[in-house]
Design a protein around this ligand. Sequence first.
Ligand code: FES
Length: 59
Amino acid sequence: MDTNGKIICTCTEVTEKEIIDSIENHNCNTVEKVGDKTGAGTICGGCKRIIENLLIKPA
Ligand code: FES
């Protein structure tokens, strides 16, 4: 099963795959930078913890 396509940020419908891409290919090394690139975490902030976990250990 492709879990990379699952939505991490329900506010913006940004997927895990998009977040990992921003981390690995666009030098986004903080939650803020991931947010600037993808939009994830920029509305309610509820998904920031998940983004942090992806920053520590990209799946
Ligand atoms: S779930 Fe990501 S900003 Fe709301």
